[in-house]
Design a protein around this ligand. Structure first.
Ligand code: 2AL
Length: 247
């Protein structure tokens, strides 16, 4: 029995619901999925500033989840904001959806392309590809230029724009698999896969399965070295309530 806390780092509850449904659709019968989002922060994460601000709030959700005894955590935003910091404050595994999706893609294709939301987020995915050593697998990072919250608006034409970008990734990048570049795309995966004819990987579902596997293997975040819990330290001003050292 694993209890996994799936955190949407943006504050849009409807997107958290989509993410939670995707997570539950693949979770084992013995896994409990709780999907949540911070109360404070940006409604969507589409640039470096949004990422930094969302990470601060998301980390407090991880700390609370740690106190509540969750076995593992999923950070359900494609920039994997605050991932290594989350590992410092968690004892169980913490999986980012970008790292989960890219690793899953590398198991089933020699080349994948990322299809994400806005063009300005492509550089965030580029940094992650480098950080995760995925340069040999990543054939392209493409944007459909749909803002994150427009994914929820059926009149935005988002699905068609994403599908067309996936088809260009196959034709122009030679991609053998598509990695979806936003947690809010989780509900499109199976339809897209049927429409474009190659594997489509959503990081939410991939991360849940990796988290379950690690919990089943009895593997936890290493506390030897840099991922050890942050030591006690005074934080000042508005951040004084976030001072580490209490878990
Ligand atoms: C994301 C995501 O997954 N959630 C969010 O708010 N922004 N990523 C993205 N590339 O737009």
């Amino acid at each position: 029995m694993a209890r996994i806390l799936v955190i949407n780092p943006n504050t849009t509850a409807s997107m958290t619901e989509t993410i939670g449904e995707a997570a539950r659709s693949v979770a084992a019968a013995t896994t409990e999925i709780v999907a949540t989002n911070p109360e404070d922060g940006p409604v969507s994460i589409e640039n470096h500033y949004d990422e930094a601000m969302s990470a601060a709030a998301m980390l407090q959700v991880v700390r609370q989840g740690e106190a509540d005894g969750y076995d593992a955590f999923v950070i359900a935003c494609f920039g994997d904001p605050g991932l290594t910091a989350a590992r410092e404050v968690a004892s169980g595994p913490v999986i980012g959806i970008a790292e989960a999706a890219m690793h899953a893609a590398s198991f089933i294709a020699t080349k994948f392309s990322v299809v994400t939301t806005l063009s300005r987020t492509c550089v965030i995915a580029e940094h992650l590809v480098r950080n995760y050593g995925m340069e040999h697998f990543c054939a392209g990072i493409r944007a459909c230029d749909v803002p994150v919250l427009e994914l929820e608006n059926e009149e935005s034409g988002a699905y068609q724009l994403i599908r067309d970008e996936c088809l260009r990734a196959i034709a122009e990048d030679g991609a053998g698999a598509i990695v979806l570049g936003c947690g809010g795309m989780a509900d499109l995966t199976l339809k897209l896969q049927a429409d474009i004819g190659i594997p489509v990987i959503d990081g939410v579902t991939a991360a849940v399965k990796f988290a379950e596997a690690l919990v089943d293997l009895g593997l936890k975040t290493s506390k030897h070295g840099d991922l050890d819990y942050p030591g006690p330290k005074k934080y000042t001003g508005a951040f004084s309530q976030y001072a580490p050292g209490k878990n």
